[in-house]
Design a binder for this molecule. Structure first.
Ligand SMILES: [Zn+2]
Length: 136
């Protein structure tokens, strides 16, 4: 079976960059690697690597069981990290400034609600993970 990626991350990135980030983000964005059968205790939905300037999104999100606004939210969330770290490389994750920026995402409440209600179930099915995935 070939993996057909249904979501174009670059598209989402290019859409948000001018609207919310002044076109100031120059990072690359891609799906992360799949972890086959590996029982990771902590699952990240997305991450931003400052050294490689790359946003990675968990490929488990590339599924028609995930609402598109949730994927958009995860992309936006990581873009907000990149944005904040551009301004202050020493800033702490999820500080007040970050949360303010994150709140500007139009589908924020909807996406958080879906994640709260579904992430445990969804990721348990995906990977046998028994703990709530940390969102970083
Ligand atoms: Zn985060």
């Amino acid at each position: 079976m070939t993996l057909s990626y249904i979501v174009d991350l670059q598209n989402i990135f290019d859409y948000f960059n001018p609207i919310f980030f002044n076109n100031a983000l120059h990072c690359s964005i891609r799906w992360g690697k799949r972890y086959n059968k590996l029982r990771r205790r902590i699952i990240r939905l997305g991450s931003f690597n400052t050294k490689t300037n790359t946003i990675r999104i968990n490929p488990a999100l590339n599924s028609d069981e995930i609402p598109s606004y949730v994927i958009r939210y995860v992309v936006y969330h990581e873009m907000a990290h990149a944005w904040c770290l551009n301004i202050d490389p020493d800033m702490r994750f999820h500080n007040g400034e970050f949360k303010q920026k994150e709140r500007l995402f139009p589908e924020f409440d909807q996406a958080r609600k879906w994640l709260d209600e579904n992430k445990t179930v969804f990721f348990a099915k995906q990977s046998g993970c028994r703990v709530w995935p940390l969102f970083r």
